[in-house]
Each structure stands twice: as structure tokens, then as C-alpha cells.
Design a protein around this ligand. Sequence first.
Ligand SMILES: Nc1ncnc2c1ncn2[C@@H]1O[C@H](COP(=O)(O)OP(=O)(O)OP(=O)(O)O)[C@@H](O)[C@H]1O
Ligand SMILES: CCCCCCCCCCCCC/C=C/[C@@H](O)[C@H](CO)NC(=O)CCCCC
Ligand SMILES: [Ca+2]
Length: 553
Amino acid sequence: MERPGRLLLLSELRVRNSAYDVSLSRSLLTWKRRISSPVYHPFRPSVCHSVSVSEIISVREEEEENICKRRDDGSWKKIKEREGKDCRQAFTVLYVERCPQHRWRCAEVTFTCSEAALCQRWVNSIREQLSAITSRPKQLLVYINPYSGKRQGKRIYEQKVAPLFAQAGVSTHVIATEHADYARDHLRTEAELKKFDGVVCVGGDGMFSEIIHGLIWRTQIDGGVDPNCADEALLPCSLRIGIIPAGSTDCICFATVGTNDPVTSALHIIVGDSQPMDVCSVHHNNIFLRYSVSLLGYGFYGDVLTDSERKRWMGPARYDLSGVKMFLTHHYYEGAVSYLPARGIMGTPRDAARCRSGCVVCQHNGKQLSEKAERYEMDEASESESEGEWRTIRGKFLAINAASMSCACPRSPKGLSPAAHLSDGTTDLILVRKCSRFDFLRHLLRHTSKDDQFDLNFVEVHRVRRFCFTPRHCQSDSDLDLRENGKHQIFSQICRDHPACGCAPAYSSWNCDGEILTHTAIDVRVQSNLIRLFARGIEEPTVFEDLTSPCAI
Ligand SMILES: Nc1ncnc2c1ncn2[C@@H]1O[C@H](COP(=O)(O)OP(=O)(O)OP(=O)(O)O)[C@@H](O)[C@H]1O
Ligand SMILES: CCCCCCCCCCCCC/C=C/[C@@H](O)[C@H](CO)NC(=O)CCCCC
Ligand SMILES: [Ca+2]
């Protein structure tokens, strides 16, 4: 528990009908029931509550309240408040309260003071402390996708989020998107970003992807960096991004906050949390294709996505149906995966430890990467010296997945790579070789249980900084034109090994954070800490136990 530090205020105030010693320091607001309270019960323990100042949402003077006033003899009598601001004698503090499963709620406590001047001092002092927190956003640019998930984005924002922003004094400029890529293009070219402290997206992973594409692109253009050049170091985005989950998978929100709950996300935005995140840049022949923060999946997850796009009308259930269909189809794909193992880092994909709030692995690896970048600039070391040795694996794969974070989501609470890290500068490359349907089912089912999905002889996992994939029968430019002009023609292509059988497609597609890529041969680099979210990573329950629940003394 945080130490209170020097007290700014200490008063006897009332909460409901009991007297409390209430104190405020720069870090904590504490209220502790007085033993001398008239309603003190000898068998009831005195209760002490503490709230970190950084988790106070706002303080409000009460308009009309039945308040208690202290008589000359020391007892308290109920009186009716007089009209007018000067005689307000009660104030309410709104603060973050932690609930099970990483959910946050806005709780409140009303304090009644013996006189109006004291009440004013309390309100002013708390407001002063809050305004000293520079990390809190004041102006937000909000994009709502009205068609996300079950089409509830607008309702969720208006009913659950906007009232919280208003209470916390956060101003917003809200834009409902009119079509796909509306938010991306607005951010790239039009949005007056200097006016805002952050961008909020109300929607799913696809909407988040639009936001990062707009912001990253704009940051590079404004900073004179060519986003098409695969070798250029990209500039990190200065604006933080908030996600109000309203989509089908919400895996970015789930893996960075621990839940897909709109109120929890709104509170993380209000308190000004910051979580850096790795982003993979995906190129083909030095042409930029897309960025990815969660999953890059070829084979199974690419095919599930391709199939599910035709079932958009079904809503989130489309993934389940396409998942079962693609599992039964059991296609495998041939190709070569080359990768640069992440060397000299802390952590492996098989660790039992998870990336959590204040993760030491992310901090350690991030520090090492920035030191390495400085050395590289000074020594101009050759690429091979600084990056290590490439390794290549050829074969037949049911799935090739790169998970830059755990990809935990309600479908798989531990995710595709449970030990992956949000900001360690690496991605976990998971290769699932051709195996029987039964074995593949065992692997898939382990995503939903405690069993290790990598502990199977047809699965391997490597923590990497960069990788390339080349399908066995590398496509010519005319093949690519064919794919781009008619995406579904790919499935009419004939298995190259058995031209006569027509049984299976030679190529799958890449699922890039839920978007289909138009090329199969890709070159992927992890760009460390390119973006920041209004989040803090998933909290361990032990970190906050003392702070939130009332502590019996
Ligand atoms: N106004 C709009 N009309 C149609 N599509 C839109 C609109 N705004 C955004 N989109 C697109 O809708 C797609 C899905 O959005 P979103 O991620 O918010 O919802 P979702 O239901 O979770 O979908 P997914 O599972 O594909 O991520 C995104 O790719 C986005 O580009
Ligand atoms: C037969 C029983 C099988 C049980 C297997 C469960 C395995 C679930 C793993 C879930 C991994 C989700 C990865 C997230 C990817 C997101 O970037 C992307 C965009 O939202 N979602 C999908 O592509 C949607 C992908 C949905 C896949 C099902
Ligand atoms: Ca990572």
C-alpha cells in the first residue's frame, strides 16, 4: 500500500451518519471511522478506506443535501442546507473501485463538513491535486463505428462512457464513421491532432487497426519518415489511443486491460494510463502493406477470416461457424519461414510468467533495445552483427501465426501465445506443422484450457524480431494480380503437387489483425513501442487488494 506522505488536510467529517477522520496527502485520500462516533459499536471494527489520488475521477460539491451540523456540546444534528454556493457543506468524491475479473467501476463517497469554508477547502485541495496530474487527457477525439460487433457502439458510448467523461471534465469531439477507412483517412489527412490529448475508438479490433494506421502514417509523414521504406526506423506516435470495446473479438482491449468492459476502459482513459505497445510492420518487396499488433496468421486463421467475411451479416458468431468449417477442411500450406531470433532478451514463449502491469520483461527488453539503437547509431555496425543469424524452416503447415501479444480474448482467455509481451520488441512465431485432424483439435482445444498448446511435437514457437514467409510456389506478379482482382479465385487454384486432383488451394491468406492481406510473401519487422494505449496492462489481484477494499483495523 502506498505511504500517505505529508498530509495536506486532516479533518473530522461525516460519511452517512458516522464521524470519520479524513486525510489528504499528495498520493492518498483516506477516511477512517472514529472510535468516538455516536454510532460506534464496540463489536464492529473501525473501518479505513484509502483511495490513491491518481484514481480519483472527480470531486463534486453537493447541490442540496440533508447535512449534519455539530452542536456546541459536540453531538451532530441534521439540518437542511441553505440555498446558495457559499453554504454548501457536503462534497462527493468519485473514484475507481476494482471489481472481479479486472473490471473497474466508478464508486462515490459523500463527506459532510461542519462548515461551508471547510467543505470548500477540501474541494479545492482535491481539485488542485487532480489538476497536478499531467498525464490525464483533457480533450479527446472519439471515433465510433456504428456497425461494430452487435451494432451497439453508439449506445454503449452515449449511455456508459459519455457521462463518465463529462463527470471527469474530459471534453470530446465525437465522429461517427460513415464507411470503412473513414477514421483512418480522417486521421491521416484532416484531423487537427494538436488540439487533442488522445484518440478513442469505439468498436472492435478492426476499428482499432484503422486508428493505428491513420496515426502511425500521419506521425511518419509529419516527421519526414517514409512509411514505405522497410528499413527506416519509425517515429513513435505521441497521442495515446483508448479503446471502448464494442466489437466481435476485442482482443487488443482484452489483452491490455484484462476485460472487454466499456466502463473499465473509460476509467483507464480518464485516469490517464499509458501502455506502450509493439507494432509489426508488414512489407512485400519493400512495399508497405499493413501494421499488426495482435495476430498475423497464415493457414487456419487466414482461412477462417476469409470464410467469415462472407458471413458478416451473422455478427460475431461468424467466426465460430467459419472456425468449425476450416477445422474440418484441414488445409495445409507449403512454404519457408525465415526468422531472426530475438537474442539477449529476458523471457521465452514457454514461460509460466505472464505480461502484467509494470512488466519487468518489457522494461528490461525495451531498455536494452534503446541502448542497442544508440550503439548502432554510434558504431554503424553491420546488420548481421547487430541482428544475429537468420534461420529457415521449410515444410507443410496447418498454421503459421505471429502473436505480438497474448491475443487473449473471451474465446481464449489465455490467448494464442499466453507468455507474449505487449512491449518487449518481439513477436512469437508459432508454427503448426501438418498433423492429423485429431492432433490439430488437441492443439486448438488447449487454447481454452490450462494445458500448454505448444507442448506437442508438431508445434514449435520462437520469439523473433523479424520474419519472412515465402510460399513454396512463389507467386509471380501475374498471380498476385489475379489474387487482387478476385480474392476468391485463390480457392479455385489447383494443388501444384497434384494438378489433376483440384483438392486443395496452394495458398492461404494472411489474417492481419482481422484484415486479409493481398500478398502471401511477406517481410515482418517488430517496431518496438510505436504506439501507446490508455491502459496499464493486466493487473495482478495482489497489487491492488489493499487499496480498494475497506481495510479492517
Ligand atoms: N461506418 C462504417 N460502415 C461500415 N464499415 C465500417 C464503418 N466504420 C468502420 N468500418 C469497418 O468495419 C470493420 C469492422 O469494425 P470493428 O472492428 O469495429 O467491428 P467488429 O465487429 O469487431 O469487426 P471485426 O471482427 O472485423 O474486427 C473495420 O474493418 C472498419 O474498417
Ligand atoms: C474447435 C474448437 C476450437 C477452439 C479454438 C479457440 C482458439 C481461439 C483463439 C483466438 C485467437 C484470436 C486471435 C485474434 C485475432 C484478432 O486479431 C482478429 C481481429 O479481431 N480476430 C480474428 O481474426 C477472429 C479469429 C477467430 C478465430 C476463431
Ligand atoms: Ca511483443
